[in-house]
Write a protein that binds this ligand. Structure first.
Ligand code: PLP
Length: 408
């Protein structure tokens, strides 16, 4: 039996989708690293918004507009408090992590030049690789890669060697979505700062499992997507230190981000609106705040502790299957298990699992360089959330065993 103090059955009742069947079998949802499910408490907030006060924000004098603006700005403050940012205007609403990274990468176009270097880790999501490659193409700066070992841990001494006074930026994910590795970002940030380089941490995969403290980390930029932490899709934030956000130019032009517009000249609005052109995902932002409330009520320590138990149990059970290999065996990791069975394509395992009602991810998980490193086309990835159960782990293991018997 697992030791958690959480009442998992009670928690599961908050998630209506967990009651459905897939292919005639009860759904076993193990694709949480791609997107998490949404509790009724958050769905209610979304419904309330459209039932009660749907209106555009920051513009109208009318009551609905003011109510929507208040709730949206309350959500920004909730997010600020959750991540312990020192100011609410350091929280920029985005459509998600990808948007946040592009916003910052684009801003650096004017601050980076030929001869400068940009460091990125070997285990990044494509969304934390491609925008930097585009930045390097625009500016002539050079992209260098912090390598990793077979376990999926960054080689920190090589990182130290790569850093120089040419290094202007370092990008790394807090937790790898493909391997589950928790990266030593405190050390990464400190070493970069010693060289005068700025650091962006992609927190998309970390935010569902732990609370990152912006002030303690002293990080320059941190990105999050709401949909990986019980919120809706299409909304997220990028945290940026005020001094950086003042230095960076706006990403998109439009309404909402201006102070004054004439055909001769436009002046930009103050933070955070300078980076929030156009009508945002108002309902999404408010629902993101509700998702944080929901998770905080359960408690991140309890969530992390329980997920660690699921991870350890699933790892030991899966490894009993002959020919099964796990990719990503770092000392510190979250509840993500990427694996293959010798002689079987991951897609075939995923297809059979789906027939059994079990949702896993197969493929390269938007991290092709990791797959190239291991010389594999992809993996099967099972990723657990706090609403998954030990019984579901057993079903996964049984399903994988069945797939192996059928395919070999
Ligand atoms: C999911 C994810 C992203 C991309 O997030 P979007 O919500 O698709 O923008 C980036 N990095 C990591 C580590 C992720 O897990």
């Amino acid at each position: 039996m697992l030791k958690t103090s959480l009442d998992i059955q009670k928690i599961r009742r908050d998630f209506p989708i967990l009651n459905r069947e897939v292919n005639g079998k009860p759904l076993v949802y193990l694709d949480n690293a791609a997107t998490s499910q949404t509790p009724q408490q958050v769905i209610d907030v979304i419904v309330d918004y459209y039932h009660g006060y749907n209106a555009n924000i920051h513009r109208g004098v009318h009551t609905l507009s003011q109510e929507a603006t208040d709730k949206y700005e309350e959500a920004r403050i909730k997010i600020q408090k959750h991540f312990n940012a020192s100011r609410a205007h350091e929280i920029i609403f985005t459509s998600g992590t990808t948007h946040g990274i592009n916003l910052i990468a684009n801003g650096f176009s004017s601050l980076i030049k030929k001869g400068d270097e940009v460091l990125v880790s070997a285990m990044e999501h494509h969304s934390n690789i491609v925008p930097w490659q585009m930045l390097c193409e625009r500016t002539g700066a050079e992209l260098k890669v912090i390598p990793m070992n077979e376990q999926g841990e960054l080689l920190m001494d090589v990182y130290g060697d790569l850093l120089s006074d040419r290094t202007k930026l370092v990008f790394c994910n807090h937790i790898s979505n493909a391997l589950g590795t928790i990266n030593p970002i405190e050390e990464i940030i400190e070493k970069a700062h010693n060289m005068g380089a700025a650091v962006l941490i992609d927190g998309a995969q970390a935010a569902p499992h732990l609370i990152a403290d912006m002030q303690k980390l002293d990080v320059d930029f941190y990105t999050v997507s709401a949909h990986k932490m019980c919120g809706p899709t299409g909304v997220g934030i990028v945290y940026g230190k005020e001094e950086w956000l003042r230095k960076l130019p706006p990403y998109q032009g439009g309404g909402e981000m201006i102070a004054e517009v004439t055909f001769e000249k436009t002046t930009y609005a103050d933070l955070p609106h300078k980076f929030e052109a156009g009508t945002p995902n108002i309902c999404g932002g408010i629902a993101f705040g509700a998702a944080l409330d929901y998770m905080n009520k359960i408690g991140f320590d309890a969530i992390a502790g329980y997920e660690q138990e699921l991870l350890e149990y699933a790892t030991s059970e899966l490894l009993k299957i002959e020919g099964l290999k796990i990719y990503g065996t770092a000392q510190k990791k979250t509840s993500v298990i990427s694996f293959n069975i010798e002689g079987i394509h991951p897609y075939d395992i995923g297809t059979i699992l789906d027939k059994l009602g079990i949702a896993v991810r197969t493929g390269h998980h938007c991290a092709q360089p990791i797959m190239d490193f291991y010389k594999i086309p992809g993996t099967v990835r099972a990723s657990f959330a706090f609403y998954n159960t030990k019984e579901e782990v057993d079903q996964l293991v049984e399903g994988v065993q069945r797939a192996r018997n059928m395919l070999l």
